[in-house]
Each structure stands twice: as structure tokens, then as C-alpha cells.
Design a binder for this molecule. Structure first.
Ligand SMILES: Cc1cc2nc3c(=O)[nH]c(=O)nc-3n(C[C@H](O)[C@H](O)[C@H](O)COP(=O)(O)O)c2cc1C
Length: 440
């Protein structure tokens, strides 16, 4: 019988992925103060490269050093760092796998401890714990500049040894916020109809393809739905996919949700418009398979689905049913770097899962199921911090700490974010003053 997960897969551009498993993008927070790649990133990706997945996606690399998703993001924005990117790419491809750089702009989802000057299609604030400033509406010349910056980052990725790129247009960041009628209220050519809301993404893809050439993989990460009433809907998504059909996309990754509705991690916020999952999807465990099946009917490019996959049965069933071509996994890679290799060798049948056990307390009132919104959010942040800290440990050459408590993870998470942000802001001021970054 064919071993579905082990099958190579050739993309439209001609590149071949050695198997069907992908480590999805996970922000690492391991850049130096100047937002350049570090030896810790190289260590982390060497471990993941040796871990067996055919495709590794980096965490989001930013095109604007002023508006980051998180302190410790790598950025490609007048901060040099070519030598460091080369070392990262070399380490991340030691096992012959693909390594694609995820390229992004955080838009309005950049926390206050990074900037009070967030940017977005329209001046619509993200109302979450008071942590996000009211964004300024982008001018058209700035949009055009950002399109070129995406393309420049992609060309830099190719020049430094990455084997592909992914344009991040999901989860509420800048490109994704342009797609949503709730956050994009523009009346010019960049807002209104789906075609107009998708213009930024489409123009970015065209500029990127021009910059990297025909034989280099370009992927897009797209929400199947924002799960927000009046927001980017599944119908919108199907229309955007049709627009993408003629843009030479090599792999479309399907995810869903934003900071307000973090469905990408299996959480639901207040006022979610998510429909109850069908029995089959529950059986298949993945969050977005129902959506992927609908998208498959209109998509001409290969598909990857990410979110919730944990069992061999679930992954193989998705491939066998032709719901997607590549299986994306995130959190399992934080505690078992080589689980893909072990899955492919039939040593294990399940990926590690801690998302059900990492919580502030066992009772309903203290866990992620709490009806109190604040507790729910603290559980989500505690869990996110828990995974961030596992990634950092891996980058420092340590073993994961599976027994770490959620409260400790939550406290350390805030501490790390705030201290890293302070260091980074100092370096940013120096860059603005014309200081040349030290040769790290
Ligand atoms: C620690 C962590 C960091 C993440 N960072 C990113 C990111 O930088 N870019 C992105 O597109 N998604 C990011 N995600 C979402 C993952 O790519 C993925 O969609 C999500 O974890 C669901 O997959 P899983 O259930 O296999 O973990 C992150 C998720 C986690 C847990």
C-alpha cells in the first residue's frame, strides 16, 4: 500500500517537496536587537531540518522594522543581516528539505510595547486588553512601497539560500486585514469589492514573482474565514482563491481566524461565527478540512491545510480524500523536533499534543473553557508562552521542558516580551540615528 505521507510532491514551479509533512510557520522571537537572524535560529532550524519534514516554514519575517508582530522577529529592512540569513538558511536545509521564508507585515496587530504607530487599511483598532494602538490608515504610496518591500524580502530570501517564500495573508495581519470588510473600510481602489480588497495581495504576488523568477516556490497563507460577523467570510475566501488561480501560487496554505477569533489554535473568542464542525471533520481532527474541501473545488493550485492534525489516520485520510496535498503542523514540533521522521518511519502514529493539558487549572472556571473571557485569554496566552519557551529552549540547544507550568509560562512570556522589546527599541533608535549595526 502506498505510504501517503512519504510521497514526494512536485509544485507548479518545478520544485519537489520530499514528503507531505510541513512544519508550519511559528514565530521564534530569536532575532538579535537589530532584528537579524542569530546562531539560536540556526540551531533551532538545524534540529527541525534533521527532524524529517519535507518543508519547513520560518516564523514571520517582517518587512517593516517599526511594526513587528512580536519583539525578536527577524526583519529585512535596512538592518543588513545578509550573512546571518545565509547561516540560518544553510542550517535549515542540512537534511535536503525545503525551507521557505514566511514574509509578513503585522499591520494593526503590533503590540503597544513595540509601537504606538500601527498601520492598517483603515483606522480600526484591535480591541484586545488595551494592548494595540489605533492604527493610521495607509496612504497609497505606502502600500506601493510595501509591495516592493515584500518582493525585496523574497529576492533576499532566494539570494541567501532559502528555497521558497510564503506571503502571509492570514490571521489578521496587514494583508489579511485588507481582505476583511470589518478592518478595510477604504473607498479607493484598495477597498470595497473583493477584487479591490485582494488587490494588495495580488500585486504583492506579482511583484514577488517578478523578483524571484519562475522556478522559485511562492506560497500564500490564507484564512478560510475570519470567523467574525461581517468580516472576511468563506464566500470571500472562495472568490480570492479564484483570483489567485492565475497568479502562479505554488502552494496555498489554509488556516483561519485572527487575534479576536484565534481559531487557528482551536480557540474561539466572543461572538464567533464558526459553524459547528461536521462529524467527519471532528473525526479527522483538523480545524479547517471542511473549508479546504470547498476551496479544493475552485482552487487550481496545490493545497496545504494546517491546524489540529495529530494522528497518522487523520493526516492520511485528508490526503486520501484529496482534501489537500500537504499536511501542516505547528505545535507538535515544539516538543518533539523529530516526530515527522518517526512518523514517516512508522515508529509512532501520533504527534505530541499538549494543547489540551497546558492550562491554568483543571476546573472549567480556570481552564480555556472558562466562561470568563479574561481567564480564557490568560489560558490562551499562557499556552502560547509555553510553546514560545519550548522553541527558545530548542534554539539554545536544550531539551524541551514538557513539565513547565502554565502560570510560570505566562509570567515568563510577559517578562521576555517586555525586556526584548526594550532592547529592540533602543537598537531601533540607533538605526534611525544612522548607527551601523555591529558585525554580529
Ligand atoms: C508558538 C506559535 C507561533 C506561531 N507563529 C506563527 C507565525 O509566525 N506565522 C503563522 O502564519 N502562523 C503562526 N502560528 C500558527 C501555526 O502556523 C499553525 O497555523 C497553528 O499552530 C495550528 O497548527 P497546529 O494545530 O498544528 O499547531 C503559530 C502558532 C504557534 C503555536
Amino acid at each position: 500500500m502506498t505510504d501517503l505521507l512519504a510521497q514526494p510532491f512536485t509544485l507548479p514551479c518545478g520544485a519537489t517537496l520530499p514528503n507531505r509533512l510541513c512544519k508550519a510557520a511559528m514565530t521564534e522571537g530569536l532575532a538579535d536587537s537589530w532584528l537579524r537572524a542569530t546562531p539560536e535560529l540556526a540551531t533551532l532550524y538545524r534540529r527541525w531540518s534533521e527532524g524529517g519534514a519535507g518543508l519547513l516554514l520560518t516564523g514571520n519575517v517582517q518587512i517593516d522594522r517599526n511594526v513587528l508582530e512580536r519583539p525578536g522577529n527577524v526583519a529585512i529592512d535596512r538592518n543588513d543581516g545578509i550573512k546571518q540569513l545565509k547561516a540560518w538558511a544553510k542550517a535549515g536545509t542540512v537534511a535536503g528539505n525545503h525551507l521557505w521564508m514566511q514574509i509578513s507585515h503585522a499591520g494593526r496587530q503590533s503590540p503597544r510595547y513595540i509601537t504606538n504607530h500601527t498601520l492598517a487599511p483603515s483606522s480600526v483598532r484591535l480591541p484586545l486588553l488595551g494592548n494595540y494602538a489605533t492604527p493610521r490608515e495607509l496612504r497609497e504610496d505606502e502600500i506601493l512601497d510595501f509591495i516592493q518591500r515584500f518582493a525585496h524580502a523574497a529576492a533576499t530570501a532566494r539570494a541567501t539560500g532559502f528555497t521558497g517564500v510564503q506571503i502571509h495573508s492570514a490571521h489578521g495581519y496587514l494583508l489579511s486585514s485588507f481582505l476583511s470588510p470589518v478592518t478595510n473600510m477604504r473607498r479607493d481602489a484598495w477597498g470595497g469589492s473583493v477584487q479591490n480588497r485582494a488587490r494588495f495581495l495580488i500585486e504583492t504576488l506579482r511583484a514577488t514573482r517578478k523578483a524571484v523568477g519562475a522556478d522559485f516556490p511562492i506560497s500564500v497563507k490564507l484564512n478560510s474565514d475570519d470567523f467574525r460577523k461581517g468580516g472576511f467570510s468563506n464566500e470571500d475566501c472562495l472568490q480570492v482563491v479564484q483570483l489567485l488561480n492565475t497568479e502562479g501560487v505554488d502552494l496555498l496554505e489554509i488556516s483561519g481566524g485572527t487575534y479576536e477569533q484565534p481559531k487557528l489554535l482551536g480557540f474561539e473568542g466572543r461572538g464567533s461565527s464558526a459553524e459547528p464542525q461536521r462529524q467527519t471533520t471532528r473525526k479527522r481532527e483538523a480545524y479547517f478540512l471542511d473549508y479546504a474541501e470547498k476551496i479544493r473545488k475552485v482552487a487550481k493550485m496545490p493545497l496545504m491545510v494546517t491546524g489540529g492534525f495529530r494522528t497518522r489516520e487523520g493526516m492520511e485520510e485528508a490526503l486520501r480524500d484529496n482534501a489537500c496535498d500537504v499536511i501542516g503542523l505547528g505545535r507538535p514540533f515544539c516538543t518533539q523536533t523529530d516526530f515527522a521522521k518517526r512518523l514517516l518511519a512508522h515508529e509512532i502514529n501520533e504527534a505530541p499534543r499538549f494543547e489540551k493539558t497546558v492550562k491554568l487549572g483543571q476546573s472549567r472556571w480556570l481552564s480555556g473553557a472558562s466562561p470568563i473571557f479574561f481567564i480564557k485569554i490568560m489560558n490562551l496566552l499562557g499556552q502560547q508562552g509555553w510553546y514560545y519557551q519550548q522553541i527558545m529552549r530548542l534554539g539554545h540547544g536544550l531539551a524541551p521542558d514538557e513539565g513547565r507550568g502554565t502560570l510560570k509560562a505566562l509570567v515568563l512570556y510577559f517578562w521576555d516580551e517586555l525586556t526584548t522589546a526594550a532592547r529592540m527599541r533602543k537598537a531601533r533608535r540607533q538605526l534611525d540615528a544612522g548607527v551601523v549595526p555591529p558585525n554580529g
